[in-house]
Ligand binder design. Structure first.
Ligand code: HAS
Ligand code: CU
Length: 558
């Protein structure tokens, strides 16, 4: 391994993070994808169940639909995302600042702390002691180890911020007056936003769910704990998305032969996500009694505001790609699209992820509109939305990134490039079919989080979209298998990379040197604004809910 690693260094990128850091990123990524593998397989069971094919009795350890769904949700959106993001962002900060992390020892301690937490979560889920779905809604109650395990994972993400900030401050001391390199800037913005956001879930778990599950509290208030959950639960979607944006803004244009269209716009988008990601959680609670109409309206309005940095991203990234497509000979209005390097799986996966995300963004606006939400809330329309966002924009982009990053980090040759070429397309087609099936079924009134295949009220007109959900899910599973063969084949193979490996970093079209307004390079004003906005948009509601605290004992119906 050591020899392989040194070989990468010899091939000469501008700066190569030390071997220990590359191994650390690989360890995070491998743990993350191992969980996604299980999550994807369970997803197939769910899709087939909706079409009336119930295979749960044949799968070891999984006793029923809700246990399978809990594992699917927790593994895919909590464990996989957080681990991949941890490995990627630590790498990005070291590579961006071109210096070792402060300190690699703490980074490894973070990995092991999170690994212990993940083992606790895995154990409780597989033993059916935590079938509470990824939202952990009270009064459903899980084993204390489940909440403790997730809490350790969150603490791990805070330590990541400690590491990246310490490294960044050391860099600032060494480079006075210089602006932060883009990828390191964006990685810090992501972790800062997340750390502020995670305060809600930290209070929920440490103050309520953990003591309650240990029997130290007689009960908890479902409304207050849900509210604390969504204070974190909305911004967590941007914690998943922003690392994908780091690749779309700063790496993908280079892979497509283009340049970053606007550095200022890119920085502004990341900074806007800090204050705008948090004060919108009530859009998950439009139907909750006990939240005032006025605050729901404020959160609805702000949800349309947080749509903006993504709309800016669509504009900037498309412009950056167009520069690439035209430089590669593309002519006319759309001729440049066909000239993009579609045969490179790292690029194709991300381009297709973006197309799916455009649809996911539209369905997000439907969810966000109060009166439309009354129609779709708690129906399969919502999974139709989030499979296009976290299940495509995020997951497919992370797969695309892995196609160059894993060979780069390991010094190995990509195993089975043929499978890698098909994989993004299968995911794309499978997702189009599955999410369409889910959204359609949702509009017809099919509830989400329900074993519909055995529901006595299954409606005749759900049959067609239910089959689309199952068939799309099958395509996604095959795509997933192609990906995992390529990924784990690469990690386990002995074949070394033969081509030069570099981190693709796009130059801005116009580089203003270090002449940048301070507010586009500093986080403090944005953090202060965030705290003030959250106090205004959440404070009064939380104080009122605390005053009306109702004690609910735990339920374990599973
Ligand atoms: Fe959402 C529910 C609103 C974005 C994830 N969302 C969920 C849930 C999840 C989730 C997991 O307002 C379910 C939670 C649960 O279990 O209950 N969401 C939005 C809005 C946005 C949004 C307004 N969501 C995301 C992202 C997610 C995610 C991102 C994960 C990563 N969502 C909601 C609402 C609910 C909700 C309600 C509650 C529903 C309910 O009733 O329960 C926006 O941020 C979306 C902005 C996106 C865009 C698209 C930009 C497009 C880009 C690509 C451009 C590329 C193109 C093609 C055009 C503005 C950047 C180029 C291609 C070439 C080939 C050249
Ligand atoms: Cu949300």
């Amino acid at each position: 391994m050591a020899a392989t690693m040194t070989r990468v260094v010899a091939r000469g990128d501008a700066y190569i993070p030390p071997e220990s850091e590359r191994k650390l990123s690989l360890a995070f990524i491998a743990v993350g994808f191992a969980h996604l593998l299980v999550g994807v397989l369970l997803g197939l069971l769910q899709g087939l169940e909706h079409a009336g094919i119930d295979l749960y009795a044949y799968v070891p350890l999984i006793r029923h639909y809700y246990q399978g769904l809990s594992i699917h949700g927790v593994f895919n959106v909590l464990v996989f995302t957080t681990c991949f993001i941890g490995g990627f962002l630590m790498f990005v900060v070291g590579r961006g600042l071109e210096r070792p992390l402060e300190t690699a020892g703490l980074a490894w301690a973070t990995f092991w702390l999170m690994a212990v937490g993940i083992v606790m979560v895995d154990y409780t889920l597989f033993t059916n002691q935590a079938s509470v779905l990824f939202t952990s809604y009270a009064p459903l109650q899980a084993h204390p180890l489940y909440y403790l395990g997730l809490a350790l994972v969150v603490v791990g993400t805070w330590l990541m911020l400690v590491i990246t900030l310490r490294t960044t401050l050391a860099w600032r001391r060494e480079n006075p007056g210089k602006k932060l390199p883009l990828i390191a800037f964006a990685a810090n913005a992501t972790l800062i936003m997340w750390t502020l956001a995670s305060v809600g879930i930290a209070i929920e778990f440490v103050g309520f769910l953990i003591p309650w599950s240990l029997g130290w509290l007689p009960g908890v208030d479902p409304l207050l704990t849900r509210t604390l959950f969504w204070l974190t639960g909305h911004p967590i979607v941007y914690f998943w998305l922003l690392p994908a944006y780091i690749s779309w803004y700063f790496m993908l244009p280079k892979q497509a032969g283009g340049k970053l269209f606007s550095e200022s716009l890119a920085r502004l988008a990341f900074l806007l996500f800090i204050p705008l990601s948090l004060p919108v959680g009530f859009h998950h609670q439009y139907l909750d009694p006990g939240v005032s109409e006025g605050y729901k309206a404020i959160h609805a309005f702000l949800t349309f505001a947080v749509f903006m940095p993504s709309a800016m991203t669509a504009f900037t990234v498309l412009a950056s790609l167009e520069i690439g497509g035209r430089a590669r000979g593309g002519k006319g209005l759309l001729g440049w699209v066909t000239r993009l390097p579609w045969n490179d799986p790292a690029v194709a996966a991300q381009l297709l992820a973006m197309v799916l995300f455009a649809l996911g963004g539209v369905s997000g606006l439907i969810n966000a509109s109060y009166n439309m939400n009354l129609v779709v809330h708690n129906t399969l329309f919502v999974p139709g939305h989030f499979h296009l966002t976290v299940g495509s924009a995020v997951a497919l982009t992370f797969m695309g990134v892995s196609y160059w990053l894993v060979p780069y980090l390991s010094g190995k040759k990509l195993f089975s490039p043929g499978l890698a070429k098909w994989q993004p397309w299968l995911w794309f087609v499978g997702m189009l079919i599955m999410s369409r099936g889910m959204s359609w079924m949702g509009i017809l009134g099919a509830p989400r989080r329900t074993a519909l295949g055995s529901a006595p009220y299954f409606m005749a007109d759900w049959t067609m979209p239910a089959w689309m959900t199952a068939i799309g899910g099958l395509c996604l599973t095959i795509s997933g298998i192609f990906f995992f063969i390529t990924l784990f084949g690469t990690l386990l193979s002995k074949e070394k990379a033969t081509e030069p490996q570099q981190v693709p970093l796009a130059e801005p079209v116009e580089d203003n040197g270090d002449k940048l307004p301070g507010w586009l390079d500093r986080f403090t004003p944005w953090v202060t604004a965030t705290v003030i906005i959250v106090l205004i948009t959440y404070g009064p509601s939380i104080v009122r809910m605390a005053g009306e605290y109702t004690v609910f004992p735990g339920l374990r119906p599973y």
